[in-house]
Design a protein around this ligand. Structure first.
Ligand code: NAD
Ligand code: DAU
Length: 355
């Protein structure tokens, strides 16, 4: 079936994988990629598909109501897959209002355009909210987040994503807008901006710089290969029950310090350094404020209803990720060449002096 799909945030990390997947797998869909191109958005992520006839890029801001309305008036949009967001917890601690603006207001503007422009045949429409497990807060040593977990966000980022999720459900109940939400755990893989743990560690080892581990490195995250998240999004988009939520995770929990040591070991092998060299770069730094202790996902609903499961092991995914970063130095150079240095100085260098 022909469809016009608006993907927001398609120049970012996960968004670019979603765009590539839909462009390549569904030639009958017209894919509109709407992105503001903040520091995290980069069209280099999509060079391989930018000339495909079913792909179009539009630069714009989801908080700009006039622009979004104009977009809906111009294109026959059937569905929205909404990923555009400010996504980094540490930045949300520095600038909470920026996160509220983009993540809450931006989502509301998109929902409202759907409400205004989708006036008939609502059953063929869909607003898909790509959300995070961070809305559920922090786990202790046991237990898992599932679709039944209550919302308990603890960082400005998580609270802004929770606010957006609530709005999406409110539009479902109040206006019968067809929606679906998925809440996923930590993604990793190619094209992730090196402010996030895994690419930051790889880059710092490459540059022989200190590898910052927050607190004691005891916090636990459940890591998922980004293309496995994309396959889940595809399944939910096509077969997920409207009005429902799906939690997605890798069943792959790692303490930060163990993960960092694993990357150090792989990097020693890849760079031909003596075993133990990269580990010497590990530096314990001041903890993140309100640092959530553990995330872990019970993904049994998406497994049983939609037959999804992760496709590769973590060892394989980490190896592929490291290989990708080592073979794309120009990408790393480009994304870190402008405001990244200023952010790094504020987050790591000035913070250490404050200790
Ligand atoms: P990212 O920061 O790499 O990309 C975000 C993209 O949104 C960028 O291309 C940026 O330019 C764009 N954007 C930001 N503000 C915008 C605006 N006002 N208008 C239009 N575009 C704007 O983020 P990511 O890690 O790829 O995450 C994508 C989505 O998935 C987010 O909604 C995030 O909350 C969610 N998510 C991320 C993870 C993860 O591990 N990275 C896990 C679960 C859910
Ligand atoms: O769980 C899903 C979420 O995962 C997404 O919603 C977010 O968009 C994404 O950024 C990610 O959030 P985290 O805060 O878990 O990811 P981050 O890579 O920033 O950090 C992972 C863990 O590593 C976390 O416990 C903090 C720690 N850390 C992070 C950095 C950047 C360090 O110890 N040192 C660092 O320098």
């Amino acid at each position: 079936m022909k469809k016009t799909i608006l993907i927001t945030g398609g120049a970012g990390f996960i968004g670019s994988h979603v765009v590539r997947w839909f462009v390549n797998h569904y030639p009958q869909y017209h894919i509109l990629n709407l992105d503001k191109l903040t520091y995290a958005g980069n069209l280099e992520n999509l060079i391989d598909i930018e000339h495909q006839p079913n792909y179009q890029f539009l630069k714009g801001d989801i908080t700009d109501e006039q622009f979004i309305d104009q977009l809906f008036a111009t294109y026959p949009i059937d569905a929205v897959i909404h990923l555009a967001a400010e996504s980094h917890v540490d930045r949300s601690i520095m600038d909470p209002l920026g996160f509220v603006r983009t993540n809450v207001l931006g989502t509301a503007v998109l929902l409202n355009a759907c409400r205004k422009y989708w006036t008939s045949a609502l059953t063929d429409k869909l607003f898909y909210q790509v959300s995070t497990d961070e809305v559920y807060g922090s786990l202790g040593e046991s237990g898992y987040f599932s679709e039944q977990s209550k919302y308990d966000p603890r960082s400005p980022y998580a609270a802004s994503k929770a606010g957006a999720d609530h709005l999406v459900r409110a539009y479902f109940h109040t206006y019968h807008l067809p929606i679906v939400i998925s809440n996923c755990s930590n993604n990793y893989g190619p094209y992730q901006f090196p402010e996030k743990l895994i690419p930051l560690v790889i880059r710092n080892i490459q540059q022989n710089k200190p590898v910052p581990v927050y607190g004691k490195g005891e916090n636990v995250r459940d890591w998922l290969w980004v293309e496995d998240h994309v396959r889940a999004i595809d399944l939910i988009f096509h077969h997920g029950r409207r009005g429902e939520t799906y939690t997605i995770g890798g069943n792959n929990e790692w303490k930060n310090i163990d993960l960092v040591k694993l990357i150090c070991k792989c990097m020693d092998e890849k760079l031909g350094k003596p075993p133990g060299s990269s580990e010497k770069l590990i530096t314990f730094v001041k903890d993140r404020a309100g640092h959530d202790m553990r995330y872990a996902i019970d993904a049994s609903r998406i497994r049983s209803e939609l037959g999804w499961q992760p496709s590769i092991t973590f060892e394989e995914g980490i190896r592929r990720t490291i290989d990708w970063y080592l073979s794309h130095p120009e990408w790393l150079e480009h994304v870190t060449s402008s405001t990244y240095q200023q952010y790094y100085q504020q987050q790591y260098v000035e913070r250490e002096h404050n200790n």
